[in-house]
Design a protein. Structure first.
Length: 142
């Protein structure tokens, strides 16, 4: 379970992300994200996530299993991606599962979600990969 501060819960929040967000699709998921600036005095979580899993994915048991799998994957991935964003930037992400998501194993689904987030961040104009730190000798020669 994601902590409350990391969840997108209301229809209004979902609607805002879906209407104004940057989309990137893979074979099993569509990732929609919105980057926004937050004030430093507000101690708001740097990322939030919500999931949309329709009946096209399968019956209730399969849909709930798919949601749990996606939640587990996102819980591990989003802190890594949010760390690459400038300070004070908040990332709201909605992951919409497609029918193929129920069939994939964990590694394939995780790779699809990672790819979708990277592509959506790139489209939104943010760095999708952390930049490796330069060594001291590289810094002197620059």
């Amino acid at each position: 379970m994601l902590p409350v501060e990391h969840r997108i819960r209301t229809p209004r929040e979902f609607g805002t992300v879906m209407k104004t967000g940057t989309r990137a699709g893979t074979r099993s998921v569509v990732v929609v994200l919105v980057l926004s600036q937050q004030r430093p005095e507000h101690h708001i979580a740097p990322w939030r996530c919500g999931f949309i899993v329709s009946k096209a994915v399968g019956n209730a048991v399969i849909r709930h299993r798919t949601t749990r799998r996606l939640r587990h994957i996102v819980r591990d991935l989003l802190p890594e991606f949010s760390a690459t964003l400038p300070a004070g930037t908040r990332m709201d992400v909605v992951v919409r599962a497609l029918a193929a998501s129920a069939e994939l194993d964990h590694e394939q689904l995780s790779a699809d979600v990672r790819s979708g987030i990277k592509r959506a961040l790139r489209k939104a104009g943010a760095a999708a990969e952390p930049t490796p730190p330069q060594s001291e000798t590289e810094n002197r020669h620059v």
